[in-house]
Design a protein around this ligand. Structure first.
Ligand code: ZN
Length: 678
């Protein structure tokens, strides 16, 4: 029998044939698909005169089979993996990297793209075509295609060194984290911790060979609850110091020299490619466009957030003094007293809300919300194969009853699924010769599974998570474009969270909650006062939280928007930058940079500001719905047309202006977070 991945897909809507797949299908299928993709590229290169159609359009359409097969494989590796699939991933990933490098380093191919690019003014291209041309050309150039052979060689060397330094940065933090364990012998010392957390601490101790005791590590799920709930101030202080001195102790796991080298190499790389700084390089392909714009954005938020944040810190300090006679509020006290203060102020806990959020009702609510806004409907379809019995496949139809998308929902945790929640797609959207390929998208979460006696009841946080991921899914499902590399969620990084975050706003609206938030036993609608409480509690310490995000974003920009060679002492540099955002006394010996993985290990360098940027966009965009009505048809269809369906077919600033009629403004976010009065 033929490898089902290479055969035509015969399941409904040509959906992935999960029911036929065996692990040993993947590697040969990928190898064959790479061959097919390479043949597509050879065909492009064999055409005589390069044109938009025979080069740019053809390139966008090349490697179709490879895209589909790798999507199936890597989605499974995230949602339903095992040792064998992980081993395969280690074999397959380098093949794909090599393939994409082969393309981006192909000088003949680049020359064809460049020829068309240089003629772009005379070609009468549509906006979408222009975007495709510019994006493709840039992807070659940003990878060094315009460099002399010597400089291109330099770039490769820098890239290799950067990859190794980032890897080492992460390994050092991991080693620091893994070697730390704090043992507790006496239960009285962990007073205040919820039972579940105590159990987890006991389990860690047992795993480390100390049964009958409790242990804390620097892993998030162990560290954060300890800092939030432990009454024992000494314990909090000890853990805080361990957590905030990671990889900064001058030993073999220290990251300070690595940071300096990373910064120098990133700067050199940017210069080589013709950019003033690493941030200039990164931001060229962001909605924000320039370091100057990002800094202005952060400074203006800082101005608004700081007075509120200072009041919030004072409030916690006074609360701690009243409660425990605490004279100096330290960094290891803040989370603990904040949690108690929050309880006192809002008396809102998860268990109070859960009964109103039965998973089935919430899903129905999400579907109805999308239906009221965009006229789409969801019908479960058991003929569409799924990769696990817990996954449900739906057929999605548009307002005219036409096929729109396939939607997979995978909600419950199991071994083999990674943590968190995400949206992904098995197939993108494109139009070719008048024929449309509609998208197949999926959302994957880790919600509490129902038992025989009790349904799955979500926390409010899980409800907003579901709406968030569903917002991403709408971006994928409502895509209407020609070129797959420009449709759906293929947009600039600081724009991609707009559809997801805006969708969360509906969870706070009575009109929306009334659709689905009913008590799972009595059927009673969620009381209005509870909705008010949720809203108020969500604004708790928004000033402080905003300042924290700004401080990291400013540190990121300080490192990446200028020549880093004057940075002699990372610790001093960080202190100087963070001074204006510090709200609590600095603790001697601690620092954030040496474990700032987002920017030194992951891909967030010059991008940390995006978190706040996206919030400004979603609040500002949702404000229009608040003005016109949360289910206003005109606003919804404008949002669909200009944002959701448009994907990356034009610059996000242009798309946003088409929807909002103007540039985004931060006032709506400031109002929503209570930083300015409504
Ligand atoms: Zn998201």
């Amino acid at each position: 029998m033929k490898n089902p991945l290479l055969a035509e897909f015969t399941s409904p809507f040509e959906s992935a044939p999960f029911h036929l797949l065996k692990n040993d299908h993947f590697l040969p299928a990928i190898e064959e698909a790479i061959k097919l993709a390479k043949a597509d590229v050879e065909k492009i290169k064999s055409e005589s005169v390069p044109t938009f159609q025979n080069t740019l359009e053809a390139l966008d359409r090349s490697g179709k089979k490879l895209n589909v097969i790798s999507a199936v494989f890597f989605n499974l590796n995230s949602a339903e993996t095992n040792d064998e699939i992980q081993k395969l991933a280690r074999e397959i990933s380098p093949l794909l990297t090599e393939y994409s490098n082969d393309i981006l380093l192909d000088q003949d191919l680049f020359q064809r793209v460049a020829t068309v690019f240089n003629e772009k003014e005379t070609l009468k291209l549509t906006e979408e075509q222009k975007t495709l041309l510019e994006k493709t050309y840039k992807s070659f150039v940003r990878n060094g295609a315009n460099l002399s052979p010597e400089d291109a060689e330099k770039l490769r060397t820098i890239d290799q060194e950067l990859a190794q330094l980032s890897l080492k940065f992460g390994e050092n933090i991991l080693a620091e984290t893994n070697k730390y364990v704090h043992l507790i012998e006496n239960e009285a010392e962990i007073d205040g911790l919820p039972e579940g957390i105590k159990e987890a601490a006991a389990q860690i101790a047992e795993e480390k060979g100390h049964p009958g005791k409790w242990a804390f590590t620097l892993d998030y799920p162990s560290y954060i609850p300890a800092m939030t709930y432990a009454k024992n101030r000494e314990l909090r202080k000890r853990l805080f110091l361990a957590y905030n001195t990671k990889s900064s102790k001058g030993d073999e796991l220290d990251n300070q020299e690595i940071i300096k080298n990373l910064l120098k190499l990133r700067h050199a790389r940017a210069n080589l490619l013709g950019y003033a700084s690493h941030a200039d390089f990164v931001l060229e392909e962001r909605m924000a466009k320039s370091p100057h714009a990002v800094l202005e954005f952060l400074e203006s938020l800082l101005l608004k957030a700081k007075p509120k944040a200072e009041k919030e810190v004072l409030e916690v300090a006074e609360f701690a003094k009243k409660l425990d006679g605490l004279e100096n509020l330290e960094r290891w006290d803040f989370a603990f007293y904040s949690e108690l203060l929050k309880k006192e102020k809002y008396a809102l806990d998860d268990e109070l809300l859960r009964p109103y959020f039965k998973l089935e009702n919430v899903i129905e609510g999400v579907f109805q919300t999308a239906g009221k806004l965009f006229g789409i409907t969801f019908q479960p379809n058991s003929d569409i194969p799924v990769y696990h019995p817990d996954v449900t496949a739906y057929e999605v139809k548009d307002r005219n009853g036409m096929h729109l998308a396939v939607f997979y929902a995978d909600f419950f945790p199991r071994s083999g699924k990674r943590n968190g929640a995400w949206m992904t797609s098995f197939k993108g959207q494109r139009t070719e010769n008048g024929l449309e390929q509609r998208p197949h998208v999926s959302i994957v979460c880790n919600f509490t599974k129902p038992t025989k006696s009790k349904p799955s009841l979500l926390t409010f946080n899980e409800v907003t998570t579901l709406f968030h991921e569903f917002g991403h899914a709408l971006h994928g499902m409502l895509a209407r474009g020609t070129y797959e590399s420009l449709t759906g969620t293929s947009v600039y990084w600081d724009f991609v969270e707009l559809p997801s975050q805006i969708f969360e706003n509906w969870c706070y609206e009575k009109e929306c909650l009334d659709l689905f938030a009913k008590h799972y036993e009595t059927g009673e609608k969620i009381p209005e006062e509870l909705i008010e409480k949720i809203k108020n509690a969500s604004n708790f310490q928004q000033g402080y939280m905003t300042m924290r995000q700004i401080s990291f974003a400013l540190l990121d920009m300080a490192y990446h928007s200028q020549d880093p060679s004057p940075i002699a002492d990372v610790r001093k540099f960080e202190e100087a930058v963070m001074q204006k955002t510090d709200l609590l006394p600095r603790v001697e010996g601690t620092m954030a940079s040496t474990s700032f993985s987002h920017i030194f290990q992951g891909g967030y360098s010059s991008g940390y500001y995006s978190y706040k940027w996206a919030e400004v966009l979603d609040a500002d965009a949702f404000e229009l719905f608040l003005e016109k009505g949360v289910f206003d048809q005109e606003t919804a269809s404008s949002f669909e047309k200009n944002i959701l369906s448009a994907g990356g077919t034009a610059h996000p600033s242009i798309l946003y202006r088409r929807f909002r009629g103007r540039e985004p403004k931060p006032e709506a976010l400031l109002k929503r977070s209570g930083l300015i009065s409504a």
